[in-house]
Design a binder for this molecule. Sequence first.
Ligand SMILES: NC(=O)CC[C@H](N)C(=O)O
Length: 353
Amino acid sequence: MSDAYIALADGRVLEARCRAPGRTRGELVFTTAYTGYEESLTDPSYEEQVLTFSYPLIGNYGVRADRFESSRIHPRAAVAREFTDEMATWFESEGVPAIDHIETRDLVTSIREDGAMKCGIVAGEDVTPEDAKAELEQCKEMSDHTEIGQQVTTPDPTVHRGGGEADVALIDCGAKGSITDSLTERGADVHVLSCQVTAEEIRELDPDVLFISNGPGDPANFQHTQSLVEEFAGEIPIAGICLGQQIVARAFGGDTEKMAFGHRGVNQPVRDLETDQVVMTTQNHGYTVSDPGDLAVTQRNVNDDTAEGLADDDRGIITRQYHPEANPGPHDSLGFFDDVLAMVDTQSAVTAD
Ligand SMILES: NC(=O)CC[C@H](N)C(=O)O
């Protein structure tokens, strides 16, 4: 008997070691990132998912809260070949089940071959394979988490001062904190708002940019946020990252679709179609823009040609599917935040004329 089991949608139940007790279920995904486990685990984009690390040893440089992207761990559980004791303590302190001493290479191969799949995890005393199967049976499809935005958004507006001129309305659909930091470091004042904020409340702020954040789940379940993009399109510049790109594309008549297993790692190559430059990017997404609608595709993934950047120069729109803020990962695309704020200068110049 083991003290941890994971039941997979392909019918298998695998034994593991309990590193933090609990019983849960979620969509099983993996990241190939070899650093940044604190950032990944506190990224709200992983809400309702079970995060598997393909890198074998997780926790080897400790756990520091100043690397966290939000206030808590968001995956429902975590899986690795080996978690350190410090990681086990962190998981247990947050009530998040964690398992290790499992063949993660086999697990990752299964996800790549059969796609991201539902799973059930049980860890602790007196757990059985049947308990894991019972959790699996309760697991919902990702698209059925219709209120997932409300699970992660900010309850109250907050302001983060950069001391400069630009005011950015950041619609928090599960925002990583380093997106705010990347804007304040460039002088912007960032107003972090609920994904349920009204257009009137945004107008009262009179922002220079509407910025749609990253976040978990199916972009089709963010209709209200999409309506905000439709409301302000052409009136003020709009930017978006990851889920934000998907919501903006849908607002401009485009469409999104679920990928087999997504992109999650820190070494995804992306080519700019105008400059032909390739940047290495941090990615964490399971949906993609299948139809850009009225927007132009400006960047594409070198591996699978999926849309990585969208734009509309006339209406001041710029989005990225990947995470330019990195955290973790390469800093090749931090210039995106300069491009966003440059839209403010351009638009204000146009307005002044
Ligand atoms: N990091 C994100 O914003 C993820 C976007 C969306 N939930 C997806 O999985 O594609």
